[in-house]
Ligand binder design. Structure first.
Ligand code: ZN
Ligand code: ZN
Length: 347
């Protein structure tokens, strides 16, 4: 048997290929993909901004059903079970894993990549082989598009778990793209006063729809002044920077409350970018500047539970669905400012 997958081979170039359907080896699970979301990484590869990933079988945010189970898979799984797959590799044996930081495992990228051979998470294909530990079973059926958001939700839960605002605190989310909006959704349970800074008016409206208490337009308003005003003069206790802008990090540090935390959630390009802040802010106000990377296995489990139990609002973030063959159209749709998550789905 063969299956179809999409390979991004060059900027704006997608080739479809039929490859043999693998049989799951020891400890492996074969998953039939039901839905996969287009994330920033794949969009950067398709657009030609990231040029070192070709030829890539993208799709790291995906969910589907169990097709076949290899010997030695310990967890209880049966064909047809709905599952999400945490693509991130965790060796369980390195210093980071043993400290409980398996989101930043030393061996996360140990997979050997053969130059010129398609590689990648594989969600933009009909089937994916995963290691058993990467597979998380849904206890009850959920809409496939929501299940495909397990991975990004888990990443956001990681950030909010690391830097949790107290009830009544001011929490600011900079950027109302999908990741910023997922932060807003995840912060609903915190009791914090949630402020979103975003120049796009439609996205600000979306943030309010998802439960933000106030919004800032940084293109016309003074960010620091607005944050101080909205926090009764104290500043932000937690700021999540969900936009890849060094200037946003500087603004966030300057508008932090005493003992406030700034978390750099989005990666900032190019690598080597620097910021300028007065170090006395850290001394005088005990401000903490940190960040958040991917998700650990607990976050993934929490994301599955949240989606399965319907305790997180994801529907406003589902923008459009395309069949695999129209992946190029899906990329065009995903690059528009009025879409949040765009998906490839099998039916
Ligand atoms: Zn992603
Ligand atoms: Zn490790």
């Amino acid at each position: 048997m063969r299956y179809r997958r999409a390979v991004i081979t060059a900027p704006k170039r997608i080739e479809f290929e039929e490859v043999p359907l693998p049989t799951p080896g020891h400890g492996q699970v074969l998953v039939r993909v039901a839905a996969a979301a287009l994330c920033t990484w794949e969009q950067r590869v398709y657009a030609g901004i990231d040029t070192w990933s070709y030829p890539l079988v993208g799709g790291h945010e995906f969910a589907g059903t169990v097709e076949a189970i290899g010997a030695g898979v310990i967890q209880k799984l049966a064909p047809g079970d709905q599952v999400a797959v945490a693509g991130l590799r965790r060796c369980g044996q390195c210093w980071a894993c043993r400290r409980g930081y398996d989101n930043i495992c030393d061996n996360a990228h140990a997979e050997t990549r053969v130059p010129g051979t398609p590689w990648g998470p594989g969600g933009f294909g009909e089937y994916v082989i995963a290691d058993g530990y990467q597979v998380y079973r849904y206890p009850r059926p959920v809409p496939p598009l929501e299940a495909a958001l397990t991975e990004p939700l888990a990443c956001v839960l990681h950030d909010v778990k690391r830097f949790t605002p107290r009830r009544g605190d001011t929490a600011v989310v900079i950027g109302a793209g999908i990741m910023g909006l997922l932060h807003v959704a995840a912060l609903q349970a915190s009791g914090a006063y949630v402020v979103v800074s975003e120049p796009d008016p439609c996205r600000r409206t979306k943030a309010l729809e998802l439960g933000a208490h106030a919004v800032i337009d940084p293109s016309t308003e003074d960010y620091g002044e607005r944050v101080r005003c909205l926090s009764d003069g104290r500043g932000a206790s937690v700021t999540y920077v969900a936009v890849g802008s060094p200037n946003a990090v500087e603004l966030a540090v300057n508008a932090a409350a005493k003992r406030g935390v700034v978390s750099v959630y989005a990666s900032i390009h190019p690598k080597g970018t620097t910021i300028q802040v007065d170090p006395n802010i850290f001394h005088n106000k005990e401000v903490i500047l940190s960040g958040s990377m991917a998700q650990d296995h607990e976050d993934f489990l929490d994301a599955v539970s949240s989606i399965a139990r319907g305790t997180i609002e994801l529907k406003p973030l589902l923008s459009a669905v395309f069949p695999l063959d129209e992946l190029a159209c899906a990329f065009d749709a995903a690059s528009r400012p009025d879409t949040y998550r765009v998906f490839i789905a099998s039916e």
